[in-house]
Write a protein that binds this ligand. Sequence first.
Ligand code: ZN
Length: 105
Amino acid sequence: MRLSLASVEPPAPCARCRQRVAGVKWGDLCPDCQAELRRRARPLARIISLLAALLVIGYAWLRIPLGPVSRIWVAAIAIATMFLVRKIVTQIAMEIMRKPSGGTP
Ligand SMILES: [Zn+2]
C-alpha cells in the first residue's frame, strides 16, 4: 500500500539557517533558531514590559485616589500588563529578527 504524496512531503528547510528538521513547515524556523531568537528578544522585552508596568503604576499614582483595595488592583493590573507586554514584545522582536536582512546571517 502506498501513501499519498501529501503525507510524505520532506521536511522544509528552516527559514533562517536552511537546516532541514522534521516537523518544520515552509517559512518556519527550526527549534534551535527559535530558541536563539527568543533568547535575544528577552532582554528587550523585559525592559519594555517593566516600563509599561511602571507607566501603569505611575498613572494610578497620579490619577486615582489609592485606597487599600485599589492598591491591590493596581498591583495586579501592573503585573498583568508586564506579562502581556513581555509576550507581545517578544513575538514582535522575534518576527523582526528572523528576517535575513534584519541582522547578521
Ligand atoms: Zn534554523
